[in-house]
Design a protein around this ligand. Structure first.
Ligand code: FAD
Length: 462
């Protein structure tokens, strides 16, 4: 076979190269560190962990990232092999010795007979001679390549910062307090006039909420990130600091909304949540991008009427992060629709985190190797963690209903909200259990979803 080119030797690119080589296809892996650094990496090692040394929970029975670990191990992941061999004690989490981990990945890649590692910056999209290639250059893609991607995809399709609003599991929203309604009952394309979930606030509740936002702990931007306040994309707490009424005239405006539970009392302010995935299992808090610390976010956002018991699939953030609008640009096997043979992998596709990035690298590597062998890429079932993540990246997200054309795609960690619901009757009350609701039922659901994922993944891998 002629080689497949992989650009970027981070978490995704190293895993992609490994999967391709293990499939018997040669790979040329191009990594710029050694010649040019990034603002966050400190070494020249492959798969360097730029911040925390944790791969998060390793519980494959009831935690979504733990399920992803297990699926990656089933698929012969290099990243998981190196992580398991360099584990340090961290309770139920999989944490690693970062240097040992990166050295293990580098050694395996450098010694593989089918992988050639070239230390160079790639400054343009792959030339036509590279008929199969994978771009895995991560959140800090070097500027020249980012510019080339932007020329190919269009300016609106490449972001340099994310602006992440918290996402709530729909089933944890109290619908005895909240109600479904679009502002002014507006019906957008595919909409019903009831597309949003609304949380009403009295004047007293609003004031207490604004005070809490201002008083809570925040994280700062790193010096090299700059301060990306643009496009009306201000963090919610910065808006609150600009004046007590700012939020009530911005994302929390009550106009055009009538509380279905109490139509005669006009809410003083309203927090709106918008459907975040096609399954309807997740809703995001509209306009609530934030730099509040995670602990502060759960405390403050649970002050919102109807969200007192909210569970968050993802908390908010605002970071330097290069990523493309994958749902419109990529097909289901991660190929750029405008350039057959060119795939994207890792965080640049809009997944978030070490494990997710590596797993998207794993998929892209397998798909590219299959293509080189003249086979159709085999897509993982939607019920697996691989499939759930792939669906988030390549489709299944909701385009904003009342703001046509506005991108609603934001990076995401793996979470159970991305998995399809269980089949009816899949959950049965455990023998002898007195109660089967609330936390017990939520746990049983996670366990059943995890078991289904691992079974289907094993079948998929054959
Ligand atoms: P990377 O691991 O960044 O790999 C991309 C590689 O491509 C790099 O080695 C880079 O040198 C190379 N490259 C870039 N441009 C070119 C080019 N033009 N030519 C050749 N090579 C190129 N995730 C977590 O799970 N936990 C955390 O604590 C965490 N903290 C983070 C902190 C910061 C400051 C940042 C920026 C990100 C953080 N992330 C964290 C996200 C994490 O970096 C990614 O999830 C993960 O590293 C992405 O893997 P990747 O392979 O897509 O990109």
């Amino acid at each position: 076979y002629s080689p497949i080119h992989v650009i970027g030797g981070g978490l995704a690119g190293s895993e992609a190269a490994w999967q391709i080589a293990e499939a018997g296809v040669p790979v040329i892996l191009h990594e710029m560190r050694g010649v040019r650094g990034t603002d966050a990496h400190k070494t020249d090692g492959l798969a360097e962990l730029v911040c925390s040394n944790s791969f998060r929970s390793d519980d494959a029975t009831s935690n979504a990232v733990g399920v992803l670990h297990a699926e990656m191990r089933l698929a012969g992941s290099l990243i998981m092999q190196a992580a398991d061999r360099n584990q340090v004690p961290a309770g139920g989490a999989l944490a690693v010795d970062r240097d040992g981990f990166s050295q293990a990945v580098s050694a395996q890649i450098e010694s593989h007979p089918l992988i050639s590692l070239v230390r160079e910056e790639i400054s343009d999209l792959p030339p036509s001679e590279w008929d199969l290639a994978i771009v895995a250059t991560g959140p800090l893609t070097a500027p020249a390549l980012a510019e080339a991607i932007r020329r190919e995809t269009g300016a609106d399709a490449l972001a340099f910062f994310d602006a992440i609003a918290p996402i709530v599991y729909t089933e944890t929203i109290d619908m005895d307090i909240c109600w479904h309604q679009s502002r002014y009952d507006k019906v957008g394309p595919g909409g019903t006039g009831k597309d949003y979930i609304n949380c009403p606030m009295t004047e007293e509740q609003y004031n207490a909420f604004v005070d809490a936002l201002i008083a809570s702990d925040k994280t700062g931007f790193k010096e090299w990130e700059g301060t990306p306040y643009f496009d009306g994309c201000l963090p919610i707490e910065v808006m609150a600091e600009r004046g007590r009424e700012t939020l009530r005239h911005g994302p929390m405006k009550p106009m055009g909304l009538t509380n279905a539970h109490n139509p005669s009392v006009k809410p003083y302010a309203v927090v709106q949540l918008r459907q975040d995935n096609a399954l309807g299992t997740l809703y995001n808090m509209v306009g609530f991008q934030t730099k509040l610390k995670y602990g502060a976010q759960t405390d403050v956002f649970r002050m919102i009427p109807g969200l007192e018991n909210a569970e968050f699939a993802r908390l908010g953030g605002l970071h330097r992060n290069t990523y493309i609008n994958s749902p419109t640009l990529l097909d289901h096997s991660l190929t750029l629709k405008s350039r057959p043979g060119l795939r994207f992998a890792g965080q640049i596709t809009g997944c978030e985190g070490y494990v997710e990035s590596a797993s998207v690298g794993l998929l892209a590597g397998r798909f590219a190797a299959a293509e080189r062998k003249g086979e159709a890429p085999s897509l993982p079932p939607a019920t697996t963690a691989f499939g759930a993540l792939l669906n988030h990246i390549t489709g299944g997200h909701i385009v904003s209903d009342d703001e046509p054309g506005k991108r609603s795609f934001q990076p995401m960690n793996i979470n159970f909200g991305l998995f399809p619901p269980l089949e009816p009757g899949a959950l049965t009350r455990p023998e002898g259990a007195k109660r089967f609701r609330g936390k017990e039922k939520a746990l049983a659901k996670k366990q059943a979803t995890a078991a289904r994922a691992l079974g289907d993944c094993a079948d998929w891998l054959g």
